[in-house]
Design a protein around this ligand. Structure first.
Ligand SMILES: [Zn+2]
Length: 265
């Protein structure tokens, strides 16, 4: 099932049961901003059609990071500005085919040939408007601020802050309903990135997966990320074994193992 949720005046979240994915939309007076585009071109086209039911204003796209589920739907938005961190563009250019092969195989093995075929048929589009630090997008009557808060879930996460609505789209820097994912993460730096996100002062944080959350939720998740970072440091320093770190981790074994695998980054 797919549905809209409104988290602020003209600030919407498109919630998907598939991967519990959340895609965003910010509507201004002369343009709208699409935050992430979905996991394949078909899902992107469905999202684009849903956006068109909300507004006919021209769109700009921002991709929070280069993981397929956030970035592979971009081709469906056609010829438009696509904003992203340079690392996001590099990941999609050099790693897009690797991601495609991995997820096609994954969905085939899971008996989801429909999703596998959709990913196979997707044209991967990389951002061409690059922002390594901060940028502002004027939508008319409101400005959205893009910010790279430092390495975290990936090395190139961007958040989209809508100051007048008190909303920030966090990408996968914040995750609700499942533990944060560490496959491409920088576990030692991640808590600092979340702190920078918190200092934006937004009351509502929209995770890349799961329901919108408040600042208390983000603070609690940051405390867990700090514990994981401390465990990573202890293992790298030889003060603790990986097994001991696993036993103390707030997250399941697979997640902690991924974090420990990237503990020295
Ligand atoms: Zn991700």
């Amino acid at each position: 099932m797919v549905r809209w949720a409104e988290v602020g005046d003209g600030v919407l979240v498109r919630r998907h049961d598939e991967l519990d994915l959340s895609l965003g939309l910010v509507v201004g007076e002369h343009g709208c901003l699409v935050v992430d585009t979905g996991g394949d071109q078909t899902q992107g086209a469905e999202f684009a059609a849903a956006v068109r039911e909300v507004t006919t204003l021209p769109w700009t796209v921002v991709v929070t990071h280069g993981h397929f589920d956030h970035a592979f739907g971009t081709a469906a938005f056609g010829d438009c500005e696509v904003w992203g961190h340079p690392g996001c563009a590099a990941e999609l250019v050099s790693g897009g085919e690797r991601q495609r092969a991995f997820w096609v195989e994954h969905y085939r093995a899971a008996g989801r040939d429909d999703v596998a075929r959709r990913i196979e048929g997707t044209r991967v589009v990389a951002p061409q408007r690059l922002v390594a630090g901060e940028a502002e997008i004027d939508l008319g009557g409101r400005t959205v601020r893009l910010l790279h808060p430092g390495p975290g879930h990936t090395g190139h996460d961007l958040v989209a802050h809508v100051p007048d609505a008190g909303v920030v789209f966090a990408g996968d820097l914040v995750e609700q309903g499942a533990p944060p994912a560490f496959e491409d993460a920088f576990p030692l730096a991640w808590p600092t990135a979340v702190l920078r996100l918190m200092t934006l002062g937004a009351a509502t944080v929209v995770p890349g997966h799961g329901d919108p959350v408040d600042v208390a939720f983000v603070a609690a998740q940051r405390a867990e990320l700090l514990r994981v970072a401390a465990l990573c440091r202890a293992v790298v320093a030889g003060e603790m074994t990986a097994e001991e770190a696993q036993a103390l981790s707030p997250y399941p074994e697979r997640f902690t193992a991924d974090a420990l695998g990237r503990a020295s980054l």
